[in-house]
Design a protein around this ligand. Structure first.
Ligand code: PMP
Length: 349
């Protein structure tokens, strides 16, 4: 039997998604999608269709351009400070390892301010009362995959240009995406497989871009419709299949309800169980990455054996944090959480 997969990314793919991917890869009466030139009609149509599905699901205004790039979310750490509001300030909120990597990259390129940080509390919360004057841009990481925190309040987005790394929670909930300046995400969690990065960018930010190398220049990528070089066709194909799957579930409102249910079930178990405790302050808990630990470390081996015996994989916390992390991305069924909760409830000292 296939294991119960709680990996943080690359992450679980629904069997229907895998089935559809196999049928699209297989050449039936001609060449597979993956053998075709990206200049040809089929691949061009795939990109167009994927962009319009995203536009519809995210209810995006016309002011946004949608790009599929290489280099993972990590390359955006350099493209953002290289391209965006370069005459003004680059501001960051430090909520974990990924946001730290973002501001460290910005520091290489230009003066950078960190307006808030939870580093000293081991990233157990989202810093509040951020004092940003609305100038330049403010970079946030909406969901912190490693520490298990998530922004649940976005009041500050109206103040100016907000750049959001949504790698681990994009399309997990409905929200007003139109208030952001740039949204980016590696595709390997809620959007399919590794190998591609989605960038949604307000066209107004593309005016007066500085001279930067072509492959790092958003405007060049927009002009070439993400085909400045050979694009990540496989990742976009997978993203397209996943977007169809989301549509079939009933869209983001239905997905969001399902995600809330899964997270509540697991957090309730952690909170009511004598042997487990959460890492994160309650109001900032992530619905995507549920991080917890054993109150008594000497039970580690027994708990991990019981996970193994029950065919549960991917539950180890990030190496920097330890403990456990259950990633509950969109395609993880409720039945997987029910199974994990049962195993935890049966676990006795
Ligand atoms: N940001 C976040 C929030 C992430 O979770 C990750 C990867 N887990 C990254 C950035 C880096 O993504 P990539 O590997 O696509 O560069």
């Amino acid at each position: 039997m296939k294991p119960y997969n709680f990996y943080a990314g690359p992450s679980i793919l629904h069997p229907d998604v895998i089935k559809e991917a196999l049928s699209q890869i297989e050449a039936k009466n001609g060449l597979s999608l993956l053998e075709l030139s990206h200049r040809g009609k089929v691949v061009q149509q795939l990109f167009k269709n994927t962009q319009s599905k995203l536009r519809e699901l995210m209810q995006l205004d016309d002011k946004f351009e949608i790009l599929f790039l290489h280099g993972g979310a990590s390359l955006q750490n350099c493209m953002i400070p290289y391209n965006i509001c370069t005459q003004e300030s680059a501001n960051y909120i430090d909520t974990g390892i990924w946001s730290k990597k973002s501001y460290k990259e910005s520091e290489i390129l230009r003066p950078t301010d960190v307006l808030g940080s939870s580093a000293e509390q081991n990233y157990d919360h989202i810093p509040k009362n951020i004092n940003w004057d609305g100038k330049g841009y403010l970079h946030i990481t909406t969901n912190n995959t490693i520490s298990g925190t998530q922004f649940h309040n976005f009041d500050f987005v109206e103040k100016g240009v907000v750049v959001a790394d949504m790698s681990s929670d994009l399309l997990s909930q409905s929200m007003n995406f139109n208030s952001f300046g740039v949204i980016y995400a590696g595709l390997q969690k809620n959007l399919g497989t590794a190998g591609g990065t989605l960038v949604v960018i307000d066209k107004n930010l593309l005016e007066d871009l500085p001279q930067v190398p072509n492959m790092l220049n958003y405007k060049k990528h927009v002009e070439a419709n993400s085909m400045l070089n050979t694009p990540p066709v496989f990742a976009v194909m997978m993203c397209n299949i996943v977007l169809n799957w989301i549509e079939k579930q009933g869209g983001l409102h239905v997905i969001e309800k399902q995600n809330q249910l899964k997270a509540k079930m697991l957090y309730d178990t952690i909170d009511s169980h004598k042997l487990f405790e959460g890492f994160v302050q309650l109001e900032d808990r992530s619905l995507m990455n549920v991080c917890f630990k054993l109150e008594d470390d000497s039970l580690k081996e027994r708990f991990e054996t019981s996970l193994e015996n029950n065919n549960i994989v991917g539950l180890n916390g990030h190496r920097s944090k330890g403990g456990y992390r259950a990633s509950l991305y969109n395609q993880l069924p409720l039945s997987h959480v029910e199974h994990l909760v049962k195993v935890m409830n049966n676990f006795k000292a």
